[in-house]
Each structure stands twice: as structure tokens, then as C-alpha cells.
Design a protein around this ligand. Structure first.
Ligand code: ADP
Ligand code: TRP
Length: 325
């Protein structure tokens, strides 16, 4: 069976972009893949500066995956920082990757554009190296991620190839897996949904709060009675992500007929969302109330992940001429 591996940083509760772009696609792969998923807390440490938040957000991410159906009996589900082997492999990869490639990483370029280069932490610059280690250390085949992470997976392939050429066959070459229809989920303002733009929709918000947030979706000022164009509307773009084809066609008709306002469309969107996530939200809150159970799941996952990580790390150690441990 092919192995699917992915991680997500505990930098807040997941938003709809994370949900559709990464979390659901990753979970659905458990049906026919051997899956390894983790809470990327080493990566979060580049920005999270509060231990309590690191702990809470890590458990929230874990609860989220479990609430939406990740089966811990089948999946290997763990915390990245429980696998210290990955930081050793990151060092080995650091010794084959050149600075030029890392300088081309989007996140680093963005930091430079902000004029912040000198003040940035080294972890941000080295971020793609640790991510490559995450992927390569489990002999992963596919990496389900949103589009913005594809560059990192390309870099991972590059590092693996360089290492294999230099030291002999060591790593499997992985590939990113992006779901086209949710490549870039739009936020409240129509730009890519992202924590950094404060335009997120959080499905785990209580329904009332969530409806309030949906009220903030930016729309144009076409009067209520006029016909409207669904194809240029942010509300409709989001609606389509939760609706069947028939439901989407029906809403499009109402837009075009007029006498249907954006407020109505937002209510319809809220309904679809509740149908899709209402039960999972209840499970989520039950789980976050039992942090010890979450810890047990992650600890059991770490034991399995670590065994595999050790095996691949030993292979790499032997190939570069270290004692194979
Ligand atoms: P953010 O941009 O809010 O900081 P992250 O960078 O932590 O989100 O993303 C975590 C995962 O979710 C990644 O796999 C990323 O590609 C995916 N993702 C984030 N935002 C979106 C979006 N708007 N559409 C699709 N996928 C997304
Ligand atoms: N960089 C990813 C993000 O920001 C998180 C991540 C860390 C990851 N290691 C990974 C994703 C390995 C896939 C595979 O969302």
C-alpha cells in the first residue's frame, strides 16, 4: 500500500482553508493508503512563543482530525516533536541542500520583501529542510497538502535526489497531492483564506458565532430585487464547496432570478455547513474535554512513527559513514 504523509502546524484552530485543502483530503486517503499524519509542532515553534498555546493548539488539531474521522487504529497519528530523529535527518539534509534553493522558498522571499531578513529566525529559513526530513524519514509516497505547500514538496524531492546521488540510494522520492477543486479556498474577502489575512471561517465556532462570521463575507452592492451573478460571488464560491451539484444549480437559479439577496445566500450557506459539520463539531468538543485521551492516541502513534523513523535514519547514517545506531 502507498504511504500518505502530512502535517499541520498547531498555530490556531484549523480554518476552512485547512479543512478543505488539507484535512479532509488527508483523512479520506486512509481508505486506501497507509497514513502517517502529525501535528507539526517543531515547525510551529518558528512563531508560537507560548507553551500553553502550543499544548492547547496541538490537542485541538489532534481532536479535529479525530472528530472528522481519522481512525487511530488504522492511521499513525502523532506529534512531530515526539520523533527527535527527524531533527537529526534535517541536519543531514542541510548538508546537501544549497542556500540558493532555500532562498527561493516563498515564505523566505515574503520575509525578505517585508525587509525582515536579518531579524527572521533561522528556523524560518531552514523550514523546508525540516519538512523534507518529515517526509523522507517515513518513506512516504504521497503528501496531501494545499497548493501553497507544493513548492516545499518539490524541494523535498530535490534534496532526496541530491542525497541519493551523493551517498547512494537512500530515500524514496515523494509527490505532492493537491485536490484541484479546493486548491485555494477563498476567505471572507475573496483572497486566499489564511490566518494572516484575518479572513477565516472556523467551522468549530458555535453556530451563532459562525453565522455572524459568514455575515462578513464581502459581496457587491447589487440591490435585492436585481438578478445577481453567482460566478463572481464569494458566498456562492463557498456554497459550492458544501453543496451537491443540484443544490448549487438551484442556488445559482435564485441568484439569476433576482429578489434574492446575499443575506439569503449566506443563510443557505450556513445551513449546508451545519449539515456537513454539526455532528463532527459535537465530537470535537467532547474530545477536547478529554485531553488525556488525546495524549494517549498521540503517544501510541509516536511509538509506531519512531520505529519507522529509526529504520530510515539508520539507512541514511550508514550511507554517509556514521555508525548505523
Ligand atoms: P495559513 O495560510 O492560514 O497559515 P497553513 O499555512 O497553516 O495556513 O496551512 C496548513 C495547510 O492547509 C496546508 O496544507 C495548506 O496548503 C492548507 N491551506 C491553508 N489555507 C488554504 C486555503 N485557503 N485553501 C486551500 N488550502 C489551504
Ligand atoms: N509546512 C506545512 C504547513 O505549513 C506543515 C508541514 C510540516 C508538513 N511538515 C510537513 C506538511 C510534512 C506536509 C508534510 O502547512
Amino acid at each position: 500500500m502507498k504511504r500518505s504523509l502530512s502535517g499541520i502546524k498547531p498555530t490556531n484552530i484549523p480554518h476552512l482553508g485547512n479543512h478543505l485543502g488539507m484535512i479532509l483530503p488527508a483523512i479520506s486517503l486512509q481508505a486506501d493508503h497507509d497514513v502517517f499524519y502529525f501535528v507539526a509542532d517543531y515547525h510551529a515553534l518558528t512563531t508560537v512563543r507560548d507553551a500553553e498555546k502550543m499544548r492547547d493548539w496541538s490537542r485541538q488539531i489532534a481532536a479535529y482530525f479525530l472528530a472528522f474521522g481519522l481512525d487511530p487504529q488504522r492511521a499513525v497519528f502523532f506529534r512531530q516533536s515526539d520523533i527527535p530523529e527527524v531533527t537529526e535527518l534535517a541536519w543531514m539534509l542541510s548538508c546537501v541542500v544549497n542556500m540558493g534553493m532555500l532562498e527561493r522558498a516563498h515564505a523566505w522571499k515574503a520575509a525578505k520583501d517585508r525587509g525582515n531578513e536579518g531579524a527572521e529566525v533561522h528556523g524560518l529559513f531552514a523550514y523546508p529542510v525540516l519538512m523534507a526530513a518529515d517526509i523522507l524519514i517515513y518513506d512516504s509516497d504521497v503528501v496531501p497538502v494545499g497548493k501553497d505547500q507544493v513548492q516545499h514538496v518539490e524541494m523535498t524531492r530535490d534534496m532526496a535526489e541530491r542525497f541519493n546521488q551523493t551517498f547512494g540510494e537512500t530515500f524514496k522520492i515523494p509527490a505532492a497531492k493537491v485536490r484541484e477543486e479546493v486548491e485555494v479556498v477563498p476567505g471572507l474577502d475573496g483572497r486566499k483564506m489564511s490566518k494572516s489575512y484575518d479572513n477565516t471561517i472556523i467551522l468549530m465556532d458555535k453556530p451563532k458565532q459562525l453565522r455572524k462570521r459568514l455575515g462578513l463575507i464581502v459581496t457587491d452592492s447589487t440591490p435585492l430585487e436585481d438578478p445577481k451573478n453567482p460566478d463572481t460571488c464569494n458566498v456562492f464560491a463557498l456554497y459550492k464547496l458544501f453543496a451537491t451539484k443540484a443544490q448549487a444549480d438551484e442556488l445559482a437559479e435564485k441568484y439569476r432570478a433576482g429578489n434574492f439577496g446575499y443575506g439569503h445566500a449566506k443563510l443557505a450557506l450556513a445551513e449546508r455547513i451545519e449539515e456537513a459539520v454539526g455532528e463532527a463539531r459535537e465530537r470535537y468538543y467532547e474530545l477536547v474535554a478529554r485531553p488525556d485521551d488525546i495524549e494517549d492516541v498521540l503517544a501510541a502513534g509516536a511509538v509506531k512513527a519512531r520505529a519507522k523513523a529509526r529504520e530510515v535514519l539508520n539507512r541514511a547514517r550508514a550511507n554517509v559513514g556514521f555508525r548505523a545506531g
